[in-house]
Design a protein around this ligand. Sequence first.
Ligand code: NAP
Length: 254
Amino acid sequence: MANRSNSPQRIVIIGATSGIAEHCARRWAQQGASHLTLVARSEDKLALIAQDLRVRRPALHIDCQTGDFTDPAAIQLLVDNITREGSPDIVLIAHGTLPDQSLCQQNLAINADALMINGMSPVLFAEAFITHMVATGQGTLAVIGSVAGDRGRKSNYVYGAAKGLVMRYVQGLQHRLAGSPVKVVLVKPGPTDTAMTAHLKHQGAKLASVEDVANSIVQGIQAGKPTVYAPAKWALIMMIIRHLPRFVFNRMNI
Ligand SMILES: NC(=O)c1ccc[n+]([C@@H]2O[C@H](COP(=O)([O-])OP(=O)(O)OC[C@H]3O[C@@H](n4cnc5c(N)ncnc54)[C@H](OP(=O)(O)O)[C@@H]3O)[C@@H](O)[C@H]2O)c1
């Protein structure tokens, strides 16, 4: 597809080996982005994704970077290095894990890891990028939370709490930047068909296609929506879940 002048040019993806992020990258490549910075912990996985994107769009400039996503100093260094190369039009923060809730209850180290990678790590990336975006007065920061952050549930409240932290943090950034040209978008996918949910798929769970979810995310970011439920039906479902009275909610096995 031809390069369109109104399409975002410089895009940074943190957690670029995520299934959802990879499909967003394909969409942006197709739309005519000129420069992608892909960031993840695994150099080998990143190289495969970059190779695939280059085949899809040979003119795309792709830069791959790795780092420790759990160390605040390493996060700061990564973000400083990336932003020194140029001011991003879009930053997507996508990494996460779906921890086993019962293991998190039994083992505080597993619990702490889950809270770190799903909660603290994305918000530290967000804070570091926002500093640069505010300084340059442009760009859209998108952070992937989850519908699980909308209400604590017994089946996944450690993950839900971390995603709730992300939601509250993004809300604060949005308040801070109200009226600024810098936009902040919170993405809340519902259950989506990626490596993260492979075990649920085998149990017969109904999952959205990763292509559809990625399209909704890319469109939502383009529109600068404060919150993007993907697929959109989850906005209604979660509004109902959030408002269910406790005596009804407590009888639900979710
Ligand atoms: N799939 C769903 O149903 C669903 C629903 C709601 C929200 N989400 C959220 O959507 C985002 C993307 O998820 P996905 O479904 O695309 O998952 P995925 O394909 O399993 O990808 C997870 C990503 O997180 C990275 N990651 C995990 N632990 C890490 C660590 N300690 N350090 C650095 N990177 C780490 C993985 O890196 P490696 O490739 O190196 O493992 C990978 O890039 C996540 O924030 C997830 O919570 C997903």
